[in-house]
Ligand binder design. Structure first.
Ligand code: MG
Length: 386
């Protein structure tokens, strides 16, 4: 039986991962033990999860919430860890085979590295880990002989399309994007959009940060970076394709121009389960793909004028070094400010571009360097919006 540590268990990916675990345990073919659960601050849900899955340890990022959880779980034999140290302990917990990192944002970088050093298989849903720390993470994974299995639906699709083929014969990655709620709008039409409008994603139900990133298409930019690191493919070989129905989750083109696509209903339980049971495929709680209901699939080139975030992210990837960390940090801060109604929608790309320009050319060769670039970009955004 495999033992799992879930970082971000109360979030969108975390709760769906636990749904997958319930299914696997009910099915009995790949029973899975939940060894550790970690969350940011939602102690109410974390307590319920701990009572259901009986982990050896739980970690809470917020120290005050950790105190509250200790009181709530005093009748249980469970360690309550806290802060970044606790999150890293949760990632590297003795006896855990797979660490699912589904925390949101740069806070996921250190736990990913801790899991790799402890030689855990990493199921990665925290894309910021690779965006900002790709060089560090991939090098450490190689040194420790650790697999990084993608959970992001597009990257899972690419990973699935690569199975059984020769990596050297890959010609292009076709990374699909839903286009988000503002597909087809012009730059001018996007000036006044509200957080509520941006939160109304047509196909996927996700957390707030990634939903706003989908609306600006920064999410796709971050995913280009993620794909480039995960599959060791330069940005020139990654083509973003807007695909409105979110049925084709991405494609891979080989030297002979054969294109392989992975399809399915837009439900994160599929990529989550594949990462947890890889290389096996087992029954899942997901509904069947009904092609007769869908009937047609549509594909469009991305509009870089209305969605400059995509272009900014690709430019940051091409520039390399700490430029991606700066863009990512600025974006996290700007998205937060947009959600709090402090800045209009189109200031998100503007602040990201300026943060990238201000970032000096330096290699992303240590966690400290990456976190420093992240911090500097965040400070810049905070100062710019007061
Ligand atoms: Mg995705």
């Amino acid at each position: 039986m495999k033992t799992l540590s879930i970082l971000g268990s109360t979030g969108s990916i975390g709760t769906q991962a636990l749904k997958v675990v319930r299914g696997l345990n009910r099915d009995g073919r790949a029973p899975m033990n939940v060894g550790v659960l970690a969350a940011h601050h939602n102690v109410e849900l974390l307590e319920a999860q701990a009572r259901e899955f009986r982990p050896k340890a739980v970690a809470v990022f917020d120290a005050k919430a950790a105190g509250d959880l200790r009181v709530r779980l005093r009748d249980m034999d469970v360690r309550v860890l806290e802060g970044m140290v606790g999150l890293c302990e949760a990632a590297a917990w003795e006896g855990v085979d797979i660490t699912l990192n589904s925390v949101v944002g740069m806070v996921g970088l250190r736990p990913t590295l801790a899991a790799i050093r402890a030689k855990k298989t990493v199921a990665l849903a925290n894309k910021e880990t690779l965006v900002a720390g790709g060089a560090l993470v991939m090098r450490s994974a190689k040194e420790n002989g650790v697999d990084i299995l993608p959970v992001d639906s597009e990257h899972s699709a690419i990973f699935q399309c690569l199975q059984g083929n020769n990596r050297k014969e890959l010609r292009r990655i076709l990374l699909t994007a839903s286009g988000g709620p503002f597909f087809g709008r012009t730059r001018e039409e996007l000036e006044g959009v509200t957080p509520e409008q941006a939160m109304a994603h047509p196909n996927w139900s996700m957390g707030a940060k990634v939903t706003i990133d989908s609306a600006t298409m920064m999410n796709k930019g971050l995913e280009v970076m993620e794909a480039s690191w995960l599959f060791d493919v330069p940005p020139e070989q990654i083509q973003v394709v807007v695909h409105r129905e979110s049925i084709v989750h991405s494609m891979v083109e080989y030297a002979d121009r054969s294109v392989i696509a992975q399809m399915g209903v837009p439900d994160m339980c599929i990529p989550i389960q594949y990462a947890l049971t890889y290389p096996r495929r087992l029954p899942s709680p997901v509904e069947e793909l009904d092609l007769f209901k869908i009937r047609s699939l549509h594909f469009y080139p991305p509009d870089l004028d209305a969605f400059p975030c995509l272009d900014i992210a690709i430019r940051a990837l091409k520039r390399g070094g700490l430029a991606p960390a700066a863009v990512n940090g600025a974006n996290e801060e700007a998205v937060g400010a947009f959600l709090r109604r402090k800045i209009p929608f189109m200031r998100i790309p503007e602040l990201c571009a300026r943060a990238m320009e201000r970032q000096p050319d330096r290699p992303a060769d240590s966690v400290e360097a990456v976190l420093e670039a992240d911090m500097a970009a965040r400070e810049f955004v905070k100062e710019s919006i007061v």
